[in-house]
Design a protein around this ligand. Structure first.
Ligand code: UDP
Ligand code: MN
Length: 600
């Protein structure tokens, strides 16, 4: 038998043996060193590639859809408003432009060290203030217009003039001033009557004298100060009352307009029956790069009355491709950026002054416009960048929920008719705000303007909507095994595999389905059940025949005669188990019970 060391002794002896052992140890150590260095390098690279804010906790109420459009749901998370930052940091203007930074709308990248500071300062504005402070307030931007738009000639002599109204509450100095400067640089002088800044009771010190001084150097710009925080509605009304231009153009305080932005807005707003919105591009909240947003989008809302960007109707898409420079209708506006003839704005009742701080005013205005004989449109020829934020950085007096629900309740009570009942019935948390609203003057306004019903609006302005109606079936579709058809809360997006949903919680949205006369199974967020490759999926409602389901007794059949089946594997009720379309059999899993639920 060989001794344990026998192999060694056979291979080499004495000094030689030592050298071999040492060499092996050295090689192993060197390998370890290289491996660790490589891993370290990769980790740093990976971190660099990811936007730094990925390490922060975000509101799940926002997502980027497959076309790259940020879909903002709303700011239901109140901001920390500076968190633990020192008074000095909160109140200081650190604008220090670096030559070339962000020029041409390009992103600004920060060093590792700066990224740490940027992260600390993020809660102040919910965008990267360090980057904003490095970019000149006069920076250049690309021309994002299509060729067709560039060809359009406007007769400047005959366009109405504009008052641009920018309201702000504790905005960053550089971002606010860049908004102002972009308007000054890129608006034909004869069309720009004035810019009115309305300070909605900001308390950041750099927005006092320092802003006054900067503005005093500019022509046509003035500041109004709200002594008390009113919110964006109160502040915009204050600006509108002082406007001397023919058209009111509202902008948020973190926008940048691009070449040719004003002419198409004024051209359309001149007609006196339309609220016209620019095409809103994205200013990255991370790098402030100017990013083109998808060509075809329009604004609408979910069952919870959250604003949504959606793909427009087929008809609108067709017209858009035939004539890309022509404004197209939208069921709702995002709210921050639009133009309207002053006379029309006041004739239709301005804004609802009962709305406080933030939220729902865009839906209220959109419904009011459409229902009372005007229109809401988007022109892709006017391109304005806006920083879409994931969080609202402000304080909401009384809490964000109270503010938002009160505003939503007002809008619903005045304009939504039967659908207000639907909204309150399935959003019980908002229902308690319903009776607290004094809206007599707004209802009076609706009467005086002889406005049409919400049903008319849904039918005519947004026939593709996914709300229940009297000629659509509404309720729960429950499998013999127990699980229901529906989408889990939070799974917004496109092309999600469909699974059985727990439908024992009665008031939940998740398992409520609209079944249309043409055979579409719709749920909230405009998703329709679609026959996939075997597996059924939830996809944006479209004209696809794969979204048509025919009810044959207790079965739901696809166009090619397959049966909707719950593939029970996980538990006896099939909750969380896949929905597929399969050959029809005598099978419990293909049996569905239709439990109608009154929708109002
Ligand atoms: N704003 C205001 N007072 C408030 C809240 C907001 O003047 O109490 C301003 C804000 O500075 C911005 C505009 O209203 O210019 C719209 O608000 P925000 O940008 O937060 O809304 P979003 O674009 O995120 O929907
Ligand atoms: Mn905004």
């Amino acid at each position: 038998m060989l001794h344990k060391n026998g192999y060694w002794s056979l291979l080499c002896r004495g000094r030689k043996k030592k050298i071999v052992v040492l060499t092996v140890i050295l090689v192993v150590l060197l390998n370890c060193f290289f491996y660790v260095s490589l891993e370290l390098y990769n980790t740093i690279r990976r971190k660099e590639k990811q936007p730094w804010y990925n390490s922060l906790q975000f509101d799940k109420n926002s997502y980027v859809d497959e076309s790259g459009m940020r879909v903002i749901v709303g700011h239901y998370v109140g901001g920390t408003n500076g968190g633990n930052l020192s008074e000095e940091v909160i109140h200081k203007n650190n604008y220090a432009p670096v030559p070339g930074a962000g020029e041409g709308g390009r992103p600004v990248q920060l060093s590792q060290r700066e990224l740490i500071t940027a992260r600390e300062l993020y809660s102040l504005h919910s965008y990267n203030i360090l980057v904003s402070d490095k970019i000149s307030i006069n920076r250049s931007l690309p021309d994002m217009r299509s060729d067709k738009c560039k060809e359009v000639q406007f007769d400047l002599e005959n366009l109405p003039t504009a008052t641009v109204i920018i309201v702000f509450h504790n905005e960053a100095w550089s971002t606010l001033m860049r908004t102002v400067m972009s308007v000054l640089i890129r608006s034909p002088a004869q069309l720009l009557q004035q810019i009115i800044l309305v300070d909605d009771a900001s308390d950041r010190k750099y927005l006092f004298e320092e802003l006054d001084e900067a503005v005093a150097k500019l022509n046509k710009v003035k500041i109004l100060r709200n002594p008390e925080r009113k919110g964006l509605v109160g502040a915009r009304l204050m600006g509108a009352r002082q406007a001397t231009g023919d058209v009111l153009v509202f902008l948020d305080a973190h926008c940048e307009v691009t070449i040719g932005w004003l002419e198409p807005l004024l051209d359309r707003a001149g007609s006196d029956d339309v609220f016209i919105c620019p095409h809103i591009d994205l200013l990255s909240e991370d790098t402030l790069s100017y990013v083109k947003s998808i060509d075809a989008h329009w604004g609408a809302f979910s069952w919870r009355l959250h604003f949504r960007w959606l793909v427009p109707s087929g008809e609108v898409l067709k017209k858009k491709s035939e004539n890309p420079s022509k404004p197209y209708p939208t069921p709702a506006m995002a709210g921050g950026l639009f133009a309207v003839r002053k006379s029309l704005f006041w004739r239709l009742g301005g804004y609802d002054e009962g709305m406080v701080i933030w939220g729902a005013e865009n839906l209220e205005l959109s419904w009011r416009a459409w229902q009372c004989g005007a229109r809401v449109e988007i022109t892709s020829c006017s391109r304005v960048g806006h920083i879409f934020r994931r969080h609202s950085p402000y304080k909401y007096p009384g809490g964000v929920t109270k503010v938002l629900y009160a505003n939503l309740a007002r809008a619903a009570v005045v304009w939504m008719d039967e659908w207000a009942d639907f909204y309150f019935k399935f959003n019980p948390e908002v229902a308690s705000y319903r009776d607290q609203q004094s809206v007599a003057n707004r209802i009076e306004l609706r009467k005086n303007l002889s406005c049409k019903s919400f049903g008319w609006y849904l039918n005519n302005v947004w026939p593709q909507h996914f709300f229940p109606t009297d000629d659509r079936w509404f309720g729960r579709i429950k499998n013999e095994k127990g699980a229901c058809i529906g989408v889990t809360v939070g799974t917004v997006g496109l092309g999600i595999p469909a699974v059985g949903i727990d439908c024992t919680k009665q008031a939940e949205f998740e398992s409520l389905v609209v079944f249309t006369p043409e055979g579409k199974l719709m749920v909230d967020e405009g998703l329709c059940l679609q026959q996939g490759n075997g597996r059924a999926i939830w996809k944006s409602c479209s004209d696809s025949s794969k979204q048509i389901w025919e009810q044959k007794g207790p079965r739901l059949k696809t166009q090619d005669g397959q049966c909707l089946t719950l593939v029970v594997t996980k538990n006896m009720h099939g909750i969380g188990d896949p929905l597929t379309s399969k050959r029809c059999l005598t099978d419990d899993k293909q049996i569905w019970h239709f439990e109608r639920v009154p929708w109002r």
